[in-house]
Design a protein around this ligand. Sequence first.
Ligand SMILES: [Zn+2]
Length: 105
Amino acid sequence: MKQSLIRVWQCFDSEQVKKQLLLAGELSANCENCQHLGINFLQSKQCPQCQTEFKYIGFRTKSNKAEELFAIKRLKEKRPDLIIIDYEDIKRACGKSQARNLLDI
Ligand SMILES: [Zn+2]
């Protein structure tokens, strides 16, 4: 059996995702809920500052495709409890809802 990474599109409440999101850089991550920095995303189940239980993880910056795939594979192995999301989707969704709030639609 050959296991491959297949991306799946799914509907989430973007505000809720943001509240339980770890935003990962190269070596550490920050809590999107309270912006606490320096979190070890390979181990931390919750934020040391606001106690949020992490459910999602996204990458702050995207390196090249090969590095991104390597990072995702490593996460899948080390953190099967986290749902890996594309941070661009959250930025887009939250940007849209902020625009809606501003325009009062
Ligand atoms: Zn936090």
